[in-house]
Design a protein around this ligand. Structure first.
Ligand code: FHN
Length: 446
């Protein structure tokens, strides 16, 4: 009898344990290694991004308040680094947060500026290195709701506006944090597990479907490739089809931005203020760049690149199979500076006519001709002519190319241009003057 009771008790314990185990299994999300993806799955995931080619970077935060000036002195360097460059103590910097009240911020207007420029996605700093958060974070008081007078969730308003315009919303998020007390040294794991990761979860849960998570600040000694891989897997477990830049891990080689070798975490390389000399077949990349010399707003930086330079950069990047992420640094009031808006408008006008030679294209099949660049897409080669040749002709260096028609993209009537086969390739005869002095596109159908 005693033995029977013992067996019953043992069985009951076993049952309880097994139910507990199966409950625990249900609660634990599947741990999957998303780095082991097939090429086909990856191509599906990367499709919209590869087609988009042009996005808006927005660096915005409390650094827009000093706008480059501290204690009456203009500080050297990029605006969003003012805390570090001017060695501003945390309590002093927090005063800028308390003044950050961008009453002129209008998410619809910003998204419209991006859409008018022909941009297909927006990457905004949810948190830059200074640690200040642009959304209502439940794990932080250092955010737009709790620390600043503005009391509007900037990311929520942008998410709404992006949805209306079908622009993909993406977040830049700094791994490095100059404000959080645990973000350096031996407490770093606490910061990572109880702050960084919960914040990423908030961003994905509350503002998704996100296009990209764009990490930065990965160079700190506390961060390792292993942690990068873990974060990559974590982010993808929250949103399977999200795209993540290579700064999630330790792969990138400085500002050149591409990875040292294969096997690092991240989906695309991130050249900064640079365009690679050539594309790299099978490697995705995106050049990010400022229009003047700062990412975050500086009141006295007026070293603007011309619209001609920016349009040609976009073409150059597309001709090498990359994306162009072009930055704006709004003011503390919430205004995108007028010189940026003008330049973006000019890019949008050019893309209205010539967008088909940029969006969804792949790298040049013939390298770089001396008069401009090539892009290509399904049975079409696009010749982007920067310098209109004195001979009023260009040669496509492919003697075997069977061309059905060549015409100027700016010509709505698609009037055929004369072509002739030569030993060095196909010569296309052009009108004597360029339809667009910045870049005229000839479509070559084959
Ligand atoms: O330190 C940042 C910098 O402030 C800016 O955000 C750029 C954008 O790519 N990235 C970092 C430097 O690599």
């Amino acid at each position: 009898m005693k033995r029977k009771i013992t067996i019953r008790i043992l069985l009951a314990i076993l049952f309880a344990l097994s139910s507990l185990f199966s409950f625990a299994c249900q609660k634990t999300p599947e741990v999957k290694n998303f780095l082991m993806e097939t090429k086909e799955d990856r191509d599906v995931r990367m499709k919209w991004w590869r087609e988009a080619r042009f996005g808006m970077f927005i660096h915005w935060g409390a650094y827009a308040v000093p706008a480059g000036t501290y204690n009456g002195k203009q500080v050297d360097g990029i605006g969003e680094w003012i805390m570090d460059k001017a060695k501003i103590p945390i309590p002093e910097y927090e005063k800028f947060v308390r003044q950050f009240n961008p009453v002129k911020f209008n998410a619809d207007e910003w998204v419209q500026i991006a859409a008018d420029a022909g941009m297909k996605y927006i990457v905004i700093t949810s948190k830059h290195h200074d640690g200040f958060c642009l959304w209502d974070s439940k794990v932080s008081d250092y955010d737009i709701m709790d620390a600043a007078p503005f009391k509007r969730d900037i990311l929520e308003e942008l998410a709404e506006a992006c949805k209306k315009k079908k622009i993909k919303l993406c977040f830049y998020h700094s791994i490095m944090d100059w404000h959080h007390p645990d973000a350096k040294g031996e407490n770093f794991p606490t910061y990572r597990e109880q702050y960084l990761k919960p914040q990423i979860k908030e961003l994905i849960d509350n503002y998704g479907d996100l296009g990209v998570l764009w990490f930065d600040g990965e160079w700190i000694k506390e961060w390792t490739e292993e942690q990068g891989k873990d974060l990559y897997n974590y982010v993808r477990s929250l949103q399977n089809d999200i795209i993540i830049n290579n700064r999630v891990g330790k792969g990138r080689q400085g500002m050149q931005g591409m990875n040292k070798e294969v096997g690092h975490a991240g989906d695309f390389g991130t050249p900064e203020q640079k365009i690679p000399d050539t594309g790299i077949p099978g490697v995705d990349w995106e050049s990010c760049m400022t229009m003047n010399d700062t990412w975050g707003f500086k009141s006295f930086d007026s070293n603007w690149k011309s619209k001609e330079t920016l349009i040609r950069y976009l073409i150059d990047i597309a001709s090498k199979g990359g994306n162009f992420l072009l930055n704006v640094g709004p003011t503390a009031e919430g205004i995108i500076p007028e010189p940026s808006v003008t330049r973006l408008g000019a890019m949008g006008k050019w893309l209205e006519v010539n967008g088909t030679a940029i969006y969804g294209t792949t790298a040049s099949p013939y390298g770089k001709p001396e008069w401009g660049r090539f892009t290509q897409k399904s049975g079409n080669i696009f010749a982007h002519i920067f310098e209109w040749p004195a001979s009023a002709s260009i040669t496509i260096p492919d003697p075997r190319l069977e061309v059905t028609k060549a015409y100027l993209l700016a010509d709505k009537g698609k009037q055929s241009l004369n072509t002739e086969k030569t030993e060095s390739g196909l010569r296309i005869n052009l009108p004597p003057t360029a339809p667009d002095p910045i870049a005229s596109v000839v479509v070559i159908e084959y």
